[in-house]
Design a protein. Structure first.
Lengths: 637, 259
């Protein structure tokens, strides 16, 4: 079956304007009669909820945090891209579009990527107007820096805490709308199921995490902005509570899941120090503006970084990729790091890391300049490792970071379930097989401030929606399903904590569905995950009850969903018999060890649907057509 | 490394609580305090006992979820850091580490180390924002902002809303939190049109939530993980006084509570 992205026709640059013209409008009075549920209050969710309320819709926003300000968007460090061309260095909407499309190895939908580039400039305008304190030049104008995969300077930043500052902007916009009465924020609520009535999304079942009460929330449309699922690997740069449950429950209700196997491994995270450790701390890609990545020339060199003379270092990114050097995209950089480690030249425990060296830049530019650019990152590094990165080269290693895969959405950000919209990292739409740095913030905010508020209106104007009550049969059925599932988890009384299964799942995925994948490995992983899932349901234990704050119950439910999602990721990686972007199948590589795409057979999005009871999931495709930029070989050399 | 955790256990709001001691099974010194707590919890779960409830998410000092009082001090003994960035090596071998929830009447205990900090969100909701609708913003470079002004605004905007300042204050004052938000927006040109209203509204909301007054003990500044300086409290006072004075001069003085 073929999926239709419902992309407007005509010249690329005119498509979004054309869609806006074609969308039916909902009048201001009628807007007040429409209820919209927004799940997740990070950049995408908070900006969407605030903007919908500004338009007059009645919005209910759910977050599992105690406050929307804690959403994981807060941890984005380095910056946000926008095609302002303030640097006068040849940037343009076209160039940002092309960089992003190429960065994603031609596995994203061209029209979406173009729209993202087109909207990027307005996001900066909006954030500045909200009081986001971006870095400034001495003349008072906005400063820029570079990120991987680009040759221009288009990244706006607030030290190493750009995500925090943009999130506070969106959070404050949300607070403004709460004060105005258009939004109700329900904190510490976790979505556990989607309510579908007559084929349309009409609400969610949520658990009040404090009281444990199950709640039915009904609405005219549901917006999921619940982030990515890199925590499926157990060990990742994601926050501890980031999870896939909301999108996975929607998938189980019929929303297609696109490219689940597309996972980004960030090259510059701090290596893990213990088996128990799940959270890996990221060191922003922006450090590669001033930092140089290297390993000792000689395998097994045990000397410290300061004692290794210049001539005995291998600046392998600069050597192998002279054009982009240290500012390579993440997928290529991560693989290059892995190649060095496989070659026995990795450093630190287990030889799994490489150096990211800012000491030379510190001598050249002075410590004060670097602290202004990256201050909080250095503090964080020093807190964690005890080393001063301006004196001793940092030790870094690749880590699971961002998921390009997510629920399939059409051009209007609507999933295969009408009335269910998906924003930000939770959808699959804009980054193809690899996301460029500083593009996640851009996408979350483009979706929330500008795209969804327009397209949702188009849906509501056309849809003939009957009123729905909390006790509609479909809502009662979903509630009963959730209750049964929680009771099963609580009743099992086995011997192993959910975290133990999570670690085992992470080990399987890291080995077989990580930086490199192979047919045999993926087949094995699928079997092992199925066995692990059986063991989970036989032997998991969750103390306490359902009618209380029970963090172990929350964890167990999320791990149960990861155990299903992990298998789908492997199925997707197995079915995609090519290499592209982050997805590196060892069977498909060039003589230089680069990914070899197969455009004849795989220039498409793979979207999975849940199988009927006991049957394997189905695989739909959306063919990718490239009108403006013909796919070429993706070279950064 | 041998350490013992002495943890406040309280099954629910308003219920009696007490300390329980757990000797840890020799974790390596680079283990973070919260990973040690994760390990303890997994062990408790294996025994069928309730794990220690605590808030924590990003584990890199930016989300503000983890406010735990460690050995009597919010975020523990190391200055300028959050609880999640503490490692066992920050403590002496053989130490007993005491973990308590942030204690202030305005943050009720939910369970164990989890408290309800919703009052901080309600203070922001009173006016801690710039009223600009999506789509109405002018071109970003239209209004220059001096380099140093932007840096100072960011110093204040760096607040992570963890609530440590309130828990450290003998009066339970949120002055550092309120001052940081007022300073952030008052420094920038975008914050000017609502400046006076914002000052009255935030100070009034903090009063209504039951936060105490500032008596310049400076405990807040000492525990702030983001190094926010007490200058912002001076800024808050100036903002508030000039807002109230301006209102009085215009003969439109209104009580604070309706600001």
């Amino acid at each position: 079956m073929i999926l239709d992205g419902r992309v407007p026709s005509g010249p690329l640059a005119a498509r979004w304007a054309r869609r806006l013209d074609d969308l039916e409008l909902v009048g201001p009075v009628r807007r007040r009669g429409h209820h919209v549920l927004v799940v997740g209050a990070g950049l995408a969710g908070a900006s969407a909820a605030a903007t919908l309320s500004e338009l007059g819709y009645r919005v209910c926003a759910l977050t599992f945090h105690d406050s929307p300000r804690r959403a994981h968007s807060v941890a984005a460090q380095g910056g946000i891209n926008a095609a302002k061309n303030y640097g006068n260095d040849g940037d343009s909407v076209e160039r940002l579009f092309h960089d992003t499309l190429k960065g994603g190895d031609f596995r994203s939908r061209e029209s979406n990527v173009y729209r993202l580039a087109e909207l990027s400039a307005r996001i900066i305008d909006q954030a500045v107007a909200q009081g986001v304190p971006f870095a400034r030049e001495y003349g008072g104008h906005l400063a820029n820096r570079s990120f991987g995969g680009t040759l221009v300077s288009r990244t706006f930043y607030a030290r190493g805490q750009t995500g925090q500052q943009l999130l506070l902007g969106a959070y404050q916009a949300l607070a403004k709308e709460e004060a105005a009465g258009g939004v109700t924020v329900l904190a510490r609520r976790e979505m556990l199921d989607l309510i579908v009535v007559d084929g349309r999304a009409r609400g969610v079942i949520a658990r009040d995490l404090v009281s444990g009460a199950l709640e039915t929330h009904v609405a005219d449309a549901v917006v999921l902005a619940t982030g990515g699922y890199a925590n499926v690997y157990y060990r990742s740069t994601n926050a501890k509570a980031s999870n896939a449950t909301a999108i996975w429950r929607a998938y189980r209700r019929g929303a297609a899941f696109a490219n689940p196997g597309f996972v980004q491994f960030h090259p510059t995270a701090l290596p893990a120090t213990s088996e128990q450790q799940a959270k890996l701390t990221l060191m922003s890609e922006s450090l590669r503006n001033d930092g140089r990545v290297w390993v000792p020339l000689r395998p097994g060199d045990e000397r410290g970084p300061v004692d290794i003379p210049e001539a005995e270092r291998d600046y392998f990114l600069e050597r192998r990729y002279p054009r982009y050097g240290n500012l390579l995209p993440r997928d290529v950089a991560s693989r290059a790091v892995k190649a060095m480690c496989d070659d026995g030249r990795g450093i630190g425990p287990g030889g799994r890391g490489v150096y990211l060296d800012l000491t030379e830049a510190a001598e050249r530019l002075g410590a004060a300049t670097l602290r202004e650019r990256y201050g909080n990152l250095f503090e964080m590094y020093e807190h964690i490792t005890g080393d001063d990165p301006l004196r001793v080269a940092m030790r870094i290693a690749p880590a699971a970071h961002y998921t390009m895969g997510g629920l399939w959405v059409d051009y209007d950000l609507m999933s295969t379930i009408p009335g269910l919209f998906v924003l930000g990292e939770a959808n699959f739409s804009d980054h193809g097989a690899n996301r460029l740095g500083a593009s996640a913030l851009m996408q979350g905010l483009a979706d929330g401030y500008f795209i969804l508020p327009a397209t949702l209106g188009g849906y509501l104007a056309d849809a003939k929606l009957a009123p729905i009550a909390d006790d509609a049969p479909e809502a009662r059925a979903a509630l009963a399903d959730v209750r049964a599932r929680l009771e099963t988890l609580l009743a099992r009384q086995g011997r192993r904590a959910a975290g133990d299964f999570h670690r085992a799942l992470g080990r399987i995925l890291w080995e077989f569905c990580g930086l490199e994948r192979s047919r045999d490995g993926l087949v094995k992983a699928i079997e092992e995950i199925a066995a692990l899932r059986e063991a989970f349901w036989a032997d998991v234990t969750v103390p306490g009850g359902g009618r209380e704050l029970n963090q172990e119950l929350e964890r167990a439910g999320r791990v149960a969903d990861f155990l299903e999602l992990g298998e789908l990721m492997c199925r997707d990686a197995l079915a995609r018999d090519e290499s592209c972007g982050c997805h590196f199948r060892v069977e498909h590589q060039t003589g230089d060890g680069e990914a070899r795409r197969d455009d004849d057979h795989f220039a498409h999005v793979a979207a999975w649907t849940p199988g009927e009871s006991g049957r394997s999931p189905g695989r739909l495709v959306e063919p990718l057509e490239f009108d403006a930029a013909a796919p070429d070989e993706r070279s950064y050399r | 490394m041998k350490v013992t955790l002495r943890v406040w256990r309280q099954p629910g709001p308003g219920e009696p609580g007490g300390f329980v001691r757990y000797a840890l099974d020799d974790p390596p010194p680079e283990t973070t305090l919260l990973e040690a707590l994760d390990g303890l919890n997994e062990w408790l779960v294996g025994l069928g006992e309730a794990p220690v409830a605590f808030d924590s998410d990003c584990r890199e000092g930016i989300c503000g979820a983890c406010g735990i009082v460690v050995d009597g001090r919010p975020h523990g003994p190391r200055p300028g850091t959050t609880t999640c960035l503490l490692a066992l090596r920050d403590f002496a071998a053989g130490a007993t580490i005491t973990l308590e929830p942030l204690r202030t009447g305005v943050f009720p205990v939910v369970r164990d180390l989890v408290v309800d900090r919703g009052a901080l969100d309600r203070v922001v909701r009173a006016g801690g924002y710039v009223s600009v609708r999506a789509g109405s913003a002018p071109e970003a470079n239209a209004l220059p902002v001096g380099h140093d002004v932007a840096e100072r605004a960011l110093d204040a905007a760096a607040c992570i809303g963890c609530g440590a300042c309130v828990a450290a204050c003998p009066n339970g004052s949120a002055a550092l939190f309120v001052g940081a938000k007022l300073a952030h927006l008052a420094l920038l040109p975008q914050g000017q049109p609502e400046r006076a209203r914002r000052a009255r509204a935030l100070v009034g909301a903090a009063d209504r939530e039951g936060f105490g007054g500032c008596a310049l003990h400076r405990e807040c500044e000492a525990v702030c993980p983001k190094g926010i300086a007490i200058d912002v409290i001076g800024r808050m006072n100036r903002e508030y006084l000039s807002a109230v004075a301006a209102g009085w001069w215009r003969g439109r003085r209104r009580p604070v509570s309706s600001a």
